[in-house]
Design a protein around this ligand. Structure first.
Ligand code: ADP
Ligand code: MG
Length: 402
């Protein structure tokens, strides 16, 4: 069900409590190394302040102990960065407990179009515990609740669940980033245009079992590459040399193969592999057909597999991709991943809907300069994976339907 968004509510002169995901990477000196997560929240932030709303932003950052302020995990540098991104708009910061008296006073002093960033939610142990008293204090600060923290959507922290519960009766809406993520990851997957092809890869089949089970029967074809496919090939009896195989997962791998055989979903595994002796640019290389000799490891899908996968991708109207096809971080083992990325980009140009999930997969397409060419690249690692597993989130269920 689509959610009501922040754009659907009147915000002029009202106070909006917006949960965002400002959990950005910091270097040792406490400098922000990538502000993407701040920039992703800008549409929702602007939607409130441009219409004369008073905005309170709340987020966690890192993993503080929950025993009060830890200066290295303060949201102050993030508030400063936000001030730069909003071209001098008034962004204030409260260097105190996010539910302390300073915070309450600063909220009372907010005027229309201003933004207040509260300190790291996880400095208070109540956040991780989902504590109701802590939540009630946050809830009392505002008239409207907005959740734009998709990256945290799978967690039941106080700001995600107990706060909107405490604000029952008041508007509780999705932010624009949350709305976009939900519409691609949940709506598109619920009613996809067919053929629907899933491309799955990455390191460990154990990370992706839930996704595989959920997609079985829903997608027409699963194209599987990456090291995860080697565990399935091993279960089928192929020798995989010194490739990354999860020997403890052979039973589960066999179950996936059986499930695919019993369902309308076709599961296609690689039939050739680009092999090396180590993960290194300097390693000797060769193409192995079907099985891999001892002393060699599979590091990418082979050319025949690429052709077969590209052909399936060309026919698709919906494409979901999670997990690289090989060790794309080390050239030349990026070739398979790159060719698959290009095929999906071309299919998107021809009208297919393409959705990319997974941190490394997103990093790979970014590196190839193709990031603009997909319908949607999900920003939430754990949250997108769990959504692809078909899980429901309490935080999302609490938001009003459109
Ligand atoms: P994502 O973050 O996109 O969900 P994963 O975390 O599942 O992807 O897997 C990404 C990692 O899988 C990459 O670091 C890549 O090097 C590794 N990988 C892919 N294929 C292989 C392979 N054949 N051997 C070893 N590692 C591989
Ligand atoms: Mg990963």
């Amino acid at each position: 069900m689509p959610k009501k968004t922040i754009e659907h509510v009147e915000v002029a002169s009202s106070t909006v409590l917006m949960r965002v995901d400002f959990n950005v990477p910091l270097d040792d000196a406490g400098q922000i190394t990538d502000d993407l997560r701040i920039r992703m929240a800008l549409p929702s932030i602007k939607s409130v302040i441009d219409r004369g709303g008073r905005l309170i932003l709340i987020s966690h950052l890192g993993r503080p102990e929950g025993k009060g302020v830890e200066p290295s995990l303060s949201l102050k540098p993030i508030a400063d960065r936000l001030g730069q991104l909003l071209d001098g708009a008034k962004v204030r910061f409260v260097p105190d407990d996010c539910v302390g008296s300073q915070a309450t006073e600063a909220v009372a002093a907010l005027s229309d179009g201003q933004v207040l960033v509260l300190e790291n939610l996880r400095f208070d142990a109540g956040e991780k515990k989902g504590d109701k008293e802590f939540a009630a204090k946050l809830a009392a600060l505002a008239h409207i609740y907005c959740n734009d923290a998709f990256g945290t959507a799978h967690r039941n922290d106080a700001s995600m669940v107990a706060v909107p519960q405490a604000m029952s009766g008041k508007p509780r809406v999705a932010g624009l980033l949350m709305d976009k993520e939900l519409s691609f990851l949940s709506e598109t997957l619920r009613s996809p245009k067919k053929p629907f092809v899933a491309v799955l890869g990455g390191a460990k089949v154990s990370d992706k079992l839930g996704v595989l089970h959920n997609l079985m029967g829903k997608v027409d074809t699963i194209l599987m590459g990456g090291a995860m496919s080697y565990t399935l090939l091993k279960a089928l009896g192929f020798d995989m040399g010194s490739s990354m195989v999860q020997l403890g997962m052979l039973k589960q791998a066999q179950q996936i193969i059986d499930e695919a055989a019993a369902s309308p979903t076709d599961l296609i595994l690689p039939n050739d592999h680009v092999c090396g002796k180590q993960i290194s640019r300097m390693t000797p290389m060769k193409i192995c057909k079907d099985s891999i000799e001892s002393g060699w490891m599979g590091l990418d899908i082979g050319p025949e597999t690429v052709s077969q996968f590209v052909e399936e991708i060309r026919k698709a109207k919906t494409i979901l991709w999670n997990g690289p096809m090989g060790v794309f971080e080390t050239k030349p083992f990026d070739v398979g991943t790159k060719q698959i990325a290009e095929a999906i980009a071309q299919a998107t140009d021809s009208g297919a809907v393409s959705i990319i999930g997974g941190g490394e997969t997103a990093a790979a397409v970014d590196e190839f300069g193709l990031a603009e060419r997909f319908s949607h690249i999900s920003t939430g690692g754990g949250a997108s994976l769990q959504m692809l597993e078909g899980k429901e989130f309490a935080s999302v269920n609490l938001l009003e339907k459109a």
